[in-house]
Design a protein around this ligand. Sequence first.
Ligand code: CUA
Length: 189
Amino acid sequence: MYHSGIESPKGVWWKPAHGGEKVWAAIAFAWCIVLFAMMPLWHVRGGQNPAGIRHRVEPERYRERVTEFIQQYQVGEEKGIPVVAPPPGSHVYIQAQMWRWTPVLRLQQGVEYIVHLSSVDMNHGFNLYPLNINFQVVPGYDYGLKMTPSEPGEYKIICNEFCGVGHHLMVGKIIVEPRQAASLEGGAQ
Ligand code: CUA
């Protein structure tokens, strides 16, 4: 039926709400409060916060630290990028730059590492694929993330912060070796 907008519509909206409607309004309100409380609770209990390890670093100094790290533990090379196998449980370093992640890391399953991230030029985005781990990689700051690889396999590091024409090519790699791999070293590859 056509209404001009001047006449009030026919209906029952001015009558008191039905009892069932009040119950639903109360449930919706209670749920709002639950979700509101989840925000601070999840911040504390969600296990999704960075480790809090961070400090300022000159990009050149970070580059030197990564070079030193590579020289210490390099075990090979893949497409011009050094492959590094650091000791289990150590501090490991990843350098972001246009348009690559250096080095390729070889980590052991089930061991906690502190993974340092920084950029030597501009903002990049660390996205560990196919897991849903995202972190900003900012020049001038060294962030340490605690990571315990739980599943062996090859993980890609995909840049998810636009960083120029080569942005889509900026893919790095983390290799996680199964727990017993150390004793099989030198075996069939
Ligand atoms: Cu680095 Cu996009």
